[in-house]
Design a protein around this ligand. Structure first.
Ligand code: PHE
Length: 336
Protein backbone atom coordinates (compact mmCIF):
# COMPACT_ATOMS: atom_id res chain seq x y z
CA UNK A 1 0.00 0.00 0.00
CA UNK A 2 2.79 2.38 0.88
CA UNK A 3 4.35 1.74 -2.50
CA UNK A 4 1.10 2.52 -4.23
CA UNK A 5 0.88 5.83 -2.41
CA UNK A 6 4.47 6.63 -3.29
CA UNK A 7 3.92 5.95 -6.98
CA UNK A 8 0.72 8.03 -6.91
CA UNK A 9 2.74 10.91 -5.47
CA UNK A 10 5.33 10.47 -8.20
CA UNK A 11 2.63 10.59 -10.88
CA UNK A 12 1.19 13.73 -9.33
CA UNK A 13 4.58 15.42 -9.35
CA UNK A 14 5.40 14.38 -12.91
CA UNK A 15 2.10 15.38 -14.50
CA UNK A 16 2.80 18.19 -17.00
CA UNK A 17 0.38 21.11 -16.83
CA UNK A 18 0.98 23.94 -19.26
CA UNK A 19 -2.55 25.05 -20.23
CA UNK A 20 -6.20 24.99 -19.15
CA UNK A 21 -6.84 21.73 -20.95
CA UNK A 22 -4.08 19.90 -19.13
CA UNK A 23 -5.18 21.45 -15.85
CA UNK A 24 -8.61 19.95 -16.37
CA UNK A 25 -7.08 16.57 -17.32
CA UNK A 26 -5.09 16.67 -14.06
CA UNK A 27 -8.21 17.44 -12.05
CA UNK A 28 -10.09 14.56 -13.66
CA UNK A 29 -7.28 12.07 -13.13
CA UNK A 30 -6.51 12.88 -9.49
CA UNK A 31 -9.04 15.13 -7.81
CA UNK A 32 -12.46 14.27 -9.23
CA UNK A 33 -14.90 11.96 -7.48
CA UNK A 34 -13.70 8.98 -9.52
CA UNK A 35 -10.10 10.18 -9.49
CA UNK A 36 -7.12 8.26 -8.17
CA UNK A 37 -6.95 10.08 -4.81
CA UNK A 38 -10.53 9.13 -3.92
CA UNK A 39 -9.92 5.56 -5.09
CA UNK A 40 -6.95 5.40 -2.80
CA UNK A 41 -9.00 6.50 0.21
CA UNK A 42 -11.50 3.81 -0.78
CA UNK A 43 -8.82 1.16 -0.18
CA UNK A 44 -8.46 2.14 3.51
CA UNK A 45 -10.58 -0.88 4.40
CA UNK A 46 -7.82 -3.24 3.25
CA UNK A 47 -5.22 -1.66 5.54
CA UNK A 48 -4.50 -3.57 8.80
CA UNK A 49 -5.60 -1.64 11.86
CA UNK A 50 -2.14 -1.05 13.27
CA UNK A 51 -1.00 0.62 10.02
CA UNK A 52 -4.08 2.76 9.49
CA UNK A 53 -2.71 5.88 11.19
CA UNK A 54 0.49 5.90 9.19
CA UNK A 55 -1.13 5.04 5.87
CA UNK A 56 -3.85 7.62 6.45
CA UNK A 57 -1.22 10.28 6.97
CA UNK A 58 0.54 9.31 3.73
CA UNK A 59 -2.76 9.38 1.86
CA UNK A 60 -3.51 12.85 3.14
CA UNK A 61 -0.10 14.00 2.00
CA UNK A 62 -0.79 12.69 -1.50
CA UNK A 63 -4.16 14.42 -1.52
CA UNK A 64 -2.71 17.75 -0.36
CA UNK A 65 0.05 17.47 -2.90
CA UNK A 66 -2.45 17.06 -5.72
CA UNK A 67 -4.68 19.88 -4.45
CA UNK A 68 -1.78 22.28 -4.02
CA UNK A 69 -0.38 21.54 -7.47
CA UNK A 70 -3.83 22.13 -8.93
CA UNK A 71 -4.33 25.44 -7.08
CA UNK A 72 -0.85 26.76 -7.91
CA UNK A 73 -1.09 25.88 -11.60
CA UNK A 74 -4.52 27.40 -11.83
CA UNK A 75 -3.34 30.71 -10.42
CA UNK A 76 -0.29 30.67 -12.67
CA UNK A 77 -2.40 30.12 -15.78
CA UNK A 78 -4.85 32.88 -14.80
CA UNK A 79 -2.17 35.46 -14.32
CA UNK A 80 -0.58 34.48 -17.64
CA UNK A 81 -3.93 35.05 -19.29
CA UNK A 82 -4.09 38.51 -17.77
CA UNK A 83 -0.62 39.35 -18.93
CA UNK A 84 -1.27 38.29 -22.51
CA UNK A 85 -4.56 40.22 -22.55
CA UNK A 86 -2.85 43.39 -21.38
CA UNK A 87 -0.09 42.99 -23.96
CA UNK A 88 -2.33 42.71 -27.01
CA UNK A 89 -5.39 44.83 -26.20
CA UNK A 90 -5.30 48.40 -25.05
CA UNK A 91 -8.68 48.57 -23.40
CA UNK A 92 -8.50 52.35 -23.24
CA UNK A 93 -8.63 52.60 -27.06
CA UNK A 94 -12.03 53.60 -28.48
CA UNK A 95 -13.92 50.67 -29.98
CA UNK A 96 -14.53 50.58 -33.70
CA UNK A 97 -18.05 51.90 -34.28
CA UNK A 98 -20.43 49.31 -35.69
CA UNK A 99 -23.48 50.30 -37.74
CA UNK A 100 -26.51 48.92 -35.98
CA UNK A 101 -29.12 49.84 -38.59
CA UNK A 102 -31.64 52.66 -38.43
CA UNK A 103 -35.16 53.53 -39.43
CA UNK A 104 -35.61 54.60 -43.04
CA UNK A 105 -36.30 58.36 -43.29
CA UNK A 106 -39.77 57.57 -44.66
CA UNK A 107 -40.50 55.38 -41.64
CA UNK A 108 -39.29 58.14 -39.35
CA UNK A 109 -41.53 60.73 -41.01
CA UNK A 110 -44.47 58.31 -40.99
CA UNK A 111 -43.97 57.54 -37.31
CA UNK A 112 -44.09 61.24 -36.52
CA UNK A 113 -47.30 61.70 -38.49
CA UNK A 114 -48.87 58.70 -36.75
CA UNK A 115 -47.91 60.02 -33.32
CA UNK A 116 -49.53 63.39 -34.05
CA UNK A 117 -52.84 61.88 -35.19
CA UNK A 118 -52.92 59.33 -32.38
CA UNK A 119 -52.70 62.32 -30.03
CA UNK A 120 -55.61 63.92 -31.87
CA UNK A 121 -57.78 60.84 -31.28
CA UNK A 122 -57.41 59.04 -34.62
CA UNK A 123 -56.75 55.31 -34.93
CA UNK A 124 -54.88 53.54 -37.73
CA UNK A 125 -56.40 51.44 -40.53
CA UNK A 126 -55.12 50.04 -43.81
CA UNK A 127 -56.21 48.47 -47.09
CA UNK A 128 -54.81 46.61 -50.12
CA UNK A 129 -52.39 48.07 -52.67
CA UNK A 130 -54.10 46.20 -55.50
CA UNK A 131 -57.56 47.73 -55.83
CA UNK A 132 -60.56 47.42 -58.08
CA UNK A 133 -62.07 50.26 -60.08
CA UNK A 134 -65.01 50.58 -57.66
CA UNK A 135 -62.90 51.40 -54.60
CA UNK A 136 -60.21 53.45 -56.35
CA UNK A 137 -62.59 55.51 -58.54
CA UNK A 138 -66.31 54.79 -58.79
CA UNK A 139 -67.24 54.87 -55.11
CA UNK A 140 -65.11 58.01 -54.78
CA UNK A 141 -67.43 59.78 -57.21
CA UNK A 142 -65.23 59.54 -60.30
CA UNK A 143 -67.91 58.98 -63.01
CA UNK A 144 -66.88 56.56 -65.80
CA UNK A 145 -64.85 58.32 -68.51
CA UNK A 146 -64.76 61.45 -66.40
CA UNK A 147 -61.61 63.48 -67.12
CA UNK A 148 -60.87 63.52 -63.39
CA UNK A 149 -59.60 59.96 -63.83
CA UNK A 150 -56.78 61.44 -65.87
CA UNK A 151 -55.62 63.42 -62.86
CA UNK A 152 -53.97 60.24 -61.71
CA UNK A 153 -52.02 58.22 -64.24
CA UNK A 154 -52.99 54.70 -63.43
CA UNK A 155 -51.22 51.34 -63.61
CA UNK A 156 -53.79 48.78 -64.73
CA UNK A 157 -53.31 45.16 -63.76
CA UNK A 158 -54.96 42.39 -65.77
CA UNK A 159 -55.82 39.54 -63.45
CA UNK A 160 -57.53 37.33 -66.02
CA UNK A 161 -57.74 36.86 -69.81
CA UNK A 162 -61.51 36.91 -69.61
CA UNK A 163 -62.49 40.31 -71.13
CA UNK A 164 -65.67 40.36 -69.05
CA UNK A 165 -63.63 40.36 -65.86
CA UNK A 166 -62.65 43.84 -64.81
CA UNK A 167 -59.10 45.09 -64.67
CA UNK A 168 -57.59 45.91 -61.34
CA UNK A 169 -55.41 48.92 -60.58
CA UNK A 170 -52.46 49.65 -58.36
CA UNK A 171 -54.17 52.14 -56.08
CA UNK A 172 -53.39 55.68 -57.17
CA UNK A 173 -54.12 57.10 -53.73
CA UNK A 174 -55.08 55.90 -50.24
CA UNK A 175 -58.63 57.26 -50.56
CA UNK A 176 -60.05 53.78 -51.47
CA UNK A 177 -59.30 52.77 -47.88
CA UNK A 178 -61.91 55.37 -46.82
CA UNK A 179 -64.48 53.37 -48.79
CA UNK A 180 -63.46 50.05 -47.24
CA UNK A 181 -63.51 51.54 -43.78
CA UNK A 182 -66.96 53.13 -44.13
CA UNK A 183 -68.40 49.90 -45.53
CA UNK A 184 -67.11 48.02 -42.51
CA UNK A 185 -67.71 50.48 -39.73
CA UNK A 186 -70.69 52.68 -38.98
CA UNK A 187 -69.96 56.27 -37.88
CA UNK A 188 -68.32 57.68 -35.90
CA UNK A 189 -65.14 56.91 -37.85
CA UNK A 190 -61.91 58.67 -37.02
CA UNK A 191 -58.90 57.00 -38.66
CA UNK A 192 -55.72 57.62 -40.54
CA UNK A 193 -54.73 55.20 -43.29
CA UNK A 194 -51.06 55.16 -44.25
CA UNK A 195 -49.91 53.30 -47.36
CA UNK A 196 -48.00 53.04 -50.59
CA UNK A 197 -49.57 54.38 -53.79
CA UNK A 198 -48.60 54.11 -57.46
CA UNK A 199 -48.75 56.43 -60.45
CA UNK A 200 -47.66 55.82 -63.99
CA UNK A 201 -45.33 58.79 -64.17
CA UNK A 202 -41.88 59.35 -65.63
CA UNK A 203 -39.20 58.92 -63.00
CA UNK A 204 -37.42 62.19 -62.27
CA UNK A 205 -35.86 63.85 -59.24
CA UNK A 206 -39.32 65.20 -58.35
CA UNK A 207 -41.63 62.31 -59.28
CA UNK A 208 -41.55 58.57 -58.89
CA UNK A 209 -43.88 55.70 -59.79
CA UNK A 210 -44.55 54.97 -56.16
CA UNK A 211 -44.80 57.07 -53.03
CA UNK A 212 -46.48 57.08 -49.66
CA UNK A 213 -49.61 58.81 -48.45
CA UNK A 214 -51.47 59.14 -45.19
CA UNK A 215 -55.22 59.37 -45.64
CA UNK A 216 -57.42 60.77 -42.88
CA UNK A 217 -61.16 60.43 -42.37
CA UNK A 218 -63.54 61.72 -39.72
CA UNK A 219 -67.24 60.98 -40.04
CA UNK A 220 -69.82 61.88 -37.42
CA UNK A 221 -72.95 63.94 -36.95
CA UNK A 222 -72.35 67.65 -37.64
CA UNK A 223 -68.68 67.54 -38.60
CA UNK A 224 -67.76 70.96 -39.99
CA UNK A 225 -65.25 72.52 -42.38
CA UNK A 226 -64.02 74.57 -39.42
CA UNK A 227 -63.05 71.35 -37.63
CA UNK A 228 -61.20 70.13 -40.72
CA UNK A 229 -59.15 73.31 -40.98
CA UNK A 230 -58.51 73.35 -37.24
CA UNK A 231 -57.24 69.74 -37.41
CA UNK A 232 -54.95 70.51 -40.35
CA UNK A 233 -53.54 73.62 -38.70
CA UNK A 234 -52.93 71.63 -35.53
CA UNK A 235 -51.11 69.01 -37.59
CA UNK A 236 -48.96 71.60 -39.38
CA UNK A 237 -47.96 73.19 -36.07
CA UNK A 238 -47.07 69.87 -34.42
CA UNK A 239 -45.17 68.71 -37.50
CA UNK A 240 -43.33 71.89 -38.50
CA UNK A 241 -43.31 73.91 -35.29
CA UNK A 242 -45.83 76.38 -33.85
CA UNK A 243 -44.42 79.26 -35.91
CA UNK A 244 -45.09 77.47 -39.22
CA UNK A 245 -46.40 79.72 -42.01
CA UNK A 246 -49.31 78.05 -43.81
CA UNK A 247 -52.15 78.81 -46.17
CA UNK A 248 -55.33 77.00 -47.19
CA UNK A 249 -56.59 77.35 -50.79
CA UNK A 250 -59.71 76.10 -52.57
CA UNK A 251 -59.18 73.08 -54.81
CA UNK A 252 -61.07 70.24 -56.48
CA UNK A 253 -61.37 66.52 -55.80
CA UNK A 254 -64.32 64.41 -57.01
CA UNK A 255 -64.80 62.86 -53.55
CA UNK A 256 -64.86 66.04 -51.47
CA UNK A 257 -67.00 69.17 -51.63
CA UNK A 258 -65.81 71.77 -50.90
CA UNK A 259 -62.16 70.81 -51.44
CA UNK A 260 -59.00 72.55 -50.39
CA UNK A 261 -55.23 72.25 -50.36
CA UNK A 262 -52.80 73.30 -47.68
CA UNK A 263 -49.36 74.77 -48.34
CA UNK A 264 -46.55 75.49 -45.91
CA UNK A 265 -43.85 78.08 -46.45
CA UNK A 266 -40.49 76.43 -46.86
CA UNK A 267 -37.41 78.56 -46.30
CA UNK A 268 -34.14 77.25 -47.74
CA UNK A 269 -30.75 78.77 -48.52
CA UNK A 270 -31.93 79.42 -52.07
CA UNK A 271 -34.96 81.38 -50.85
CA UNK A 272 -38.47 80.49 -49.78
CA UNK A 273 -41.43 78.89 -51.51
CA UNK A 274 -44.94 77.60 -50.85
CA UNK A 275 -45.10 73.80 -50.86
CA UNK A 276 -48.32 71.87 -51.10
CA UNK A 277 -48.46 69.28 -48.31
CA UNK A 278 -51.99 67.89 -48.54
CA UNK A 279 -55.38 67.81 -50.21
CA UNK A 280 -58.57 67.73 -48.16
CA UNK A 281 -62.27 68.52 -48.07
CA UNK A 282 -65.73 67.63 -46.77
CA UNK A 283 -66.80 64.12 -47.82
CA UNK A 284 -69.03 64.40 -50.90
CA UNK A 285 -72.62 63.13 -50.30
CA UNK A 286 -72.22 60.81 -53.30
CA UNK A 287 -69.39 59.01 -51.48
CA UNK A 288 -71.66 58.47 -48.46
CA UNK A 289 -74.34 57.07 -50.77
CA UNK A 290 -71.85 54.59 -52.27
CA UNK A 291 -71.19 53.13 -48.81
CA UNK A 292 -74.78 53.31 -47.48
CA UNK A 293 -74.22 56.11 -45.01
CA UNK A 294 -77.05 58.63 -44.79
CA UNK A 295 -75.66 62.02 -45.96
CA UNK A 296 -78.61 63.79 -44.31
CA UNK A 297 -77.52 62.47 -40.93
CA UNK A 298 -73.75 62.43 -41.21
CA UNK A 299 -71.04 64.72 -42.50
CA UNK A 300 -67.30 64.18 -42.52
CA UNK A 301 -63.94 65.42 -43.61
CA UNK A 302 -61.07 63.68 -45.37
CA UNK A 303 -57.49 64.57 -46.16
CA UNK A 304 -54.53 62.97 -47.90
CA UNK A 305 -50.90 63.92 -47.50
CA UNK A 306 -47.62 62.80 -49.07
CA UNK A 307 -45.10 61.28 -46.70
CA UNK A 308 -42.20 61.50 -49.15
CA UNK A 309 -42.58 65.26 -49.47
CA UNK A 310 -42.52 65.63 -45.70
CA UNK A 311 -39.41 63.44 -45.36
CA UNK A 312 -37.66 65.37 -48.16
CA UNK A 313 -38.40 68.72 -46.55
CA UNK A 314 -37.44 67.50 -43.13
CA UNK A 315 -34.08 66.04 -44.18
CA UNK A 316 -33.19 68.38 -47.06
CA UNK A 317 -33.40 65.59 -49.68
CA UNK A 318 -33.75 67.03 -53.18
CA UNK A 319 -34.08 63.81 -55.20
CA UNK A 320 -36.97 61.48 -54.40
CA UNK A 321 -35.20 58.51 -56.01
CA UNK A 322 -32.70 58.16 -53.19
CA UNK A 323 -35.59 57.23 -50.89
CA UNK A 324 -36.04 54.00 -52.87
CA UNK A 325 -32.48 53.07 -53.86
CA UNK A 326 -31.65 51.70 -50.41
CA UNK A 327 -28.03 52.73 -50.77
CA UNK A 328 -26.44 51.99 -47.42
CA UNK A 329 -24.34 55.19 -47.58
CA UNK A 330 -27.57 57.19 -47.72
CA UNK A 331 -29.43 55.17 -45.09
CA UNK A 332 -26.54 55.29 -42.58
CA UNK A 333 -27.06 59.04 -42.25
CA UNK A 334 -30.40 58.55 -40.49
CA UNK A 335 -29.01 56.72 -37.50
CA UNK A 336 -31.00 58.49 -34.86
N1 PHE B 1 -56.51 61.41 -52.74
C1 PHE B 1 -56.07 62.75 -53.01
C2 PHE B 1 -54.75 62.69 -53.80
O1 PHE B 1 -54.15 61.66 -53.87
C3 PHE B 1 -55.84 63.52 -51.73
C4 PHE B 1 -57.10 63.75 -50.95
C5 PHE B 1 -57.49 62.84 -49.98
C6 PHE B 1 -57.87 64.87 -51.17
C7 PHE B 1 -58.65 63.07 -49.26
C8 PHE B 1 -59.03 65.09 -50.46
C9 PHE B 1 -59.41 64.20 -49.50
O2 PHE B 1 -54.34 63.68 -54.37
Amino acid sequence: MKNKIESLKEDIKNFEISDEKELEAFRLEFLSRNGRVQKMFGMMGEVPNNEKAEVGKAMNEAKNLAQKKFDDKKEELNSEAEVSFAATDDISLPVEPSYTGSYHPLTQALNEIKQIFLRLGFNIADGPELEDDFHNFTALNFPPDHPARDMQDTFFVRKSDDPKKEDHVLRTHTSPVQIRLMKEQKPPVRSIMPGRVFRNEAVTAKSYFQFNQVEGLYVNERVTLGELIETLVMFAKLMYGSDVKYRVRPSFFPFTEPSLEMDVWWQSDKGGQWLEILGAGMVDPNVFKAVDIDPEKYTGFAFGMGVDRIAMLRYGIDDIRVLYDNDIRFLEQFNS
